[in-house]
Design a protein around this ligand. Sequence first.
Ligand SMILES: Nc1ncnc2c1ncn2[C@@H]1O[C@H](COP(=O)(O)OP(=O)(O)O)[C@@H](O)[C@H]1O
Ligand SMILES: Nc1ccn([C@@H]2O[C@H](COP(=O)(O)OP(=O)(O)O)[C@@H](O)[C@H]2O)c(=O)n1
Ligand SMILES: [Mg+2]
Length: 230
Amino acid sequence: MGSVVDATNNMGSVVDATNNMGSVVDATNKEANGSAQTNKNVKVVFVLGGPGSGKGTQCANIVEHFGYTHLSAGDLLRAEIKSGSENGTMIQNMIKEGKIVPSEVTIKLLQRAIEEKENDKFLIDGFPRNEENRAAFESVTGIEPEFVLFFDCSEEEMERRLLNRNQGREDDNIETIRKRFNVYMESSLPVIEYYDAKGKVRKIDAAKPIEEVFEAVKAIFTPASEKVAA
Ligand SMILES: Nc1ncnc2c1ncn2[C@@H]1O[C@H](COP(=O)(O)OP(=O)(O)O)[C@@H](O)[C@H]1O
Ligand SMILES: Nc1ccn([C@@H]2O[C@H](COP(=O)(O)OP(=O)(O)O)[C@@H](O)[C@H]2O)c(=O)n1
Ligand SMILES: [Mg+2]
């Protein structure tokens, strides 16, 4: 049905291999909710896709080739558990259940990470994962993504990858994986549809081998002016 989120691996019309980094977002002058706004002009790309679709793997490649800083919402939450923070137990329980942690917690971690880094280009991986994440991030930080990189992969393949990930994660077991797939379908896909309606989604066939996926990713990040004419 040609929808961006039909979970088939077809490279539908949302794939736009031209590069469109747009202008740098100016988040300095907004005062939404009276919350602390980030005082940096930053360029953000959201990296979305189901659990096991390869977001973290490809972000590492993008960092190496294109000079972005990688911020994984899941990694920041896991670090927060390890640090012994007062929210640690709550976060741990939510991750075990495959649930989305309340936005204020995750956004604080993302904001702090953005402020701490020298860089002005960020890949935000695994966020926003639901409508609450999306709307709260926008109103708290005033940041709009340049575009959304969407890794499209079948559940069957994602499940196989997660069960072989071997990073000792408490959520890489079949019970939690099933819950995460449900949350992904119900809460995360609508966010991707939201950005697709704004023409911001760059969809990648993520079921291919890592190197082939990165070739498609490169085409999106390479400025059009640097592409060799065919
Ligand atoms: N294109 C790919 N083909 C096969 N395995 C992959 C591919 N991309 C990633 N993997 C593997 O799948 C697992 C999940 O990848 P990861 O990058 O952690 O995904 P995500 O961050 O989207 O959950 C890892 O073990 C990774 O090495
Ligand atoms: N925006 C986010 C991102 C992750 N998380 C939690 O962290 C878990 C792991 O996220 P992750 O991005 O590391 O997972 P993968 O997609 O990389 O497998 C999710 O299942 C959620 O429980 C969250 O609550 N909110
Ligand atoms: Mg990941």
